[in-house]
Design a protein around this ligand. Structure first.
Ligand code: C2O
Ligand code: CU
Ligand code: CU
Length: 510
């Protein structure tokens, strides 16, 4: 299929796509997507040390500046991979913030393509949320980037100040590119980083901290023969970053698992508790994360936080299923293990190389005064009152004549068409109905999972969520409440190929 046909699909507004369930996609493996194979020799797992992204230093009081630029990264040992990077690195620098203390992040675009920055999990007004058409054009841009689909937003050239109120609970957020139709290739090439929010409630807890608190960005990639990231675009030139090819619309999976930008890394740990902030930053891959120990039972993962921050009480998991964009804040206890033990983080939904994620090696005994308290934080349960709006969103493959894409309620994304008009402060029930796997993400405020196909939520649904893994042929009901900011926001599938292929909707809050 040509690029033109994809555009014409995106342009066909109001033509209801026939919902075709199933389509024989690879859901048996727990994945919706197709895997690319790397064309160069891959390293042995657990050899490369785990990198930890540097923490960004403010330029002035609460002002951060990030330059988006191309760079060469050494991801596979001895191989150069061109990336698009925040400050030229992948993952980008970690931005550390405090609740109630607003920050400005000034993004300067020195790439050759427009960008949009979204703070995922941020409680952010419309103007700073990274509306998919609010482009930051490259510095010195002379090209008209708007002619393609004829839609425009609040476009600026060179630089934009994103203002984040940070009026929200302590949580693990992340920032990434969000340009309409081109998010998948841009994130795949490196535009993603952590953004943490801390607060006094969390400070008061005796959780592992310092070197024993690790943000772990997990994602999969494939590599071309020349070392570049392999992505099925119509043009491999990084200068244009075209969208995904139609035949890859199920989702792009790679055969190499990266953690903080390193392939199957290894990290030396004390025999002590560690706090791991897990983020699935993959375009389409889902994981079932477990920690295996030679000749012993798996190490449990004790969850203390979800997408939206601390849980009311810890939840113990033997394994954690993570869809794209979900975060799980967990504590792992290495203290009972003898020095020399190798603990492998595995992926129960992978096979071959993708069955491994990373390894921890216990290298020394150490003192540890951390603890996991039985109670973590206040938790306000959202309960939709009788008569509150119930909205249904069907996430399905859409088909118009011979053109295919993804739709919500039969519609491909059109920014000016709102699929929901919600009132500020009201609790509503939203029902997400799926054909195949769709990780559904809502901007502006987190939500709570009420039911899955009429039954209780899964253990992974606990707490405040902003992304929920909707499995094939499932109905996930969530309680949603928007607060503080009126205006237009988006909700979408966070399988980035689905998102780019129009599985997004505008929500208006008034
Ligand atoms: Cu993580 Cu609308 O995105
Ligand atoms: Cu978001
Ligand atoms: Cu989807």
């Amino acid at each position: 299929m040509s690029r033109l046909s994809r555009r014409s699909f995106l342009g066909l507004l109001g033509v209801a796509g026939a919902a075709v369930a199933g389509c024989g996609l690879g859901s048996a493996s727990g994945q919706t997507g197709e895997q690319l194979t790397s064309a160069l020799p891959l390293p042995k797992p657990f050899r490369v040390p785990l990198p930890v992204p540097p923490v960004a230093k403010p330029m002035g009081k609460d002002l951060y500046q990030i330059t988006q630029r191309m760079a060469q990264a050494e991801i596979l040992p001895g191989v150069r991979t061109p990336i698009l990077g925040y400050d030229g690195i992948f993952p980008g620098p970690t931005i550390e913030t405090r609740r109630g203390r607003p920050v400005i992040v000034r993004h300067r675009n020195e790439l050759h393509v427009p960008t949009v920055v979204h703070l995922h999990g941020g409680h952010t007004p419309h103007e700073h949320d990274g509306w998919p058409l609010d482009l930051v054009l490259p510095v010195g841009n002379t090209r008209d980037w708007r002619s393609g689909h004829g839609l425009t937003g609040d476009t600026v050239e060179g630089e934009r100040d994103y203002r984040y109120p940070m009026d929200q609970r302590a949580a693990t957020l992340w920032y990434h590119d969000h340009r309409m139709d081109f998010t998948g290739p841009a994130v795949y090439r490196g535009l993603a980083g952590f953004h943490l929010v801390r607060d006094e409630i969390e400070d008061a807890l005796p959780l592992p901290s310092g070197d024993r608190e690790l943000p772990l960005m997990i994602c999969d990639r494939a590599f071309a023969e020349d070392g570049s990231f392999r992505y099925p675009s119509l043009d491999q030139e990084m200068r244009s970053v075209p969208g995904v090819e139609d035949e890859w619309m199920e989702g792009v999976l790679g055969d190499v698992v990266l953690v903080n930008g390193a392939p199957w890394p290894v990290h030396e740990v004390d025999a002590a508790r560690y706090r791991l902030r897990l983020l699935n930053a993959s375009n389409a891959r889902r994981y079932r994360i477990a920690l295996t120990v030679p000749n012993g039972p798996d190490l449990p993962l004790t969850q203390i936080g979800s997408d939206g921050g601390l849980l009311a009480a810890p939840v113990r998991h033997q394994a954690i299923e993570m869809a794209p964009a979900e975060r799980f804040d967990v504590v792992v206890d290495f203290s009972e293990l003898p020095v020399g033990t190798e603990v492998t983080m595995v992926n129960g939904l992978g096979s071959g190389g993708t069955a491994n994620v990373m390894r921890f090696t216990v290298v020394r005994q150490a003192a540890d005064d951390s603890r996991i308290p039985d109670r973590l934080a206040e938790f306000e349960r959202l309960t939709p009152p009788p008569g509150a709006p119930v909205r249904t969103f069907r996430f399905t493959r859409g088909r118009t004549n011979d053109h295919t894409g993804w739709t919500i309620n039969g519609r491909p994304f059109h920014p000016a068409t709102s699929l929901a008009d919600s009132r500020l402060g009201e609790v509503e029930t939203w029902r997400f109905v799926s054909d195949v796997h769709h990780p559904v993400h809502v901007h502006l405020d987190p939500f709570q999972v009420l039911r899955r196909s009429g039954r209780a939520p899964r253990p992974y649904d606990t707490g405040w969520k902003d992304t929920v893994d909707v499995r094939p042929a499932e109905v996930v009901e969530v309680a949603v409440r928007f607060t503080d900011y009126r205006g237009a926001f988006v909700m979408h599938c966070h399988n980035l190929e689905h998102e780019d292929m129009a599985m997004m909707a505008t929500v208006t809050v008034s």
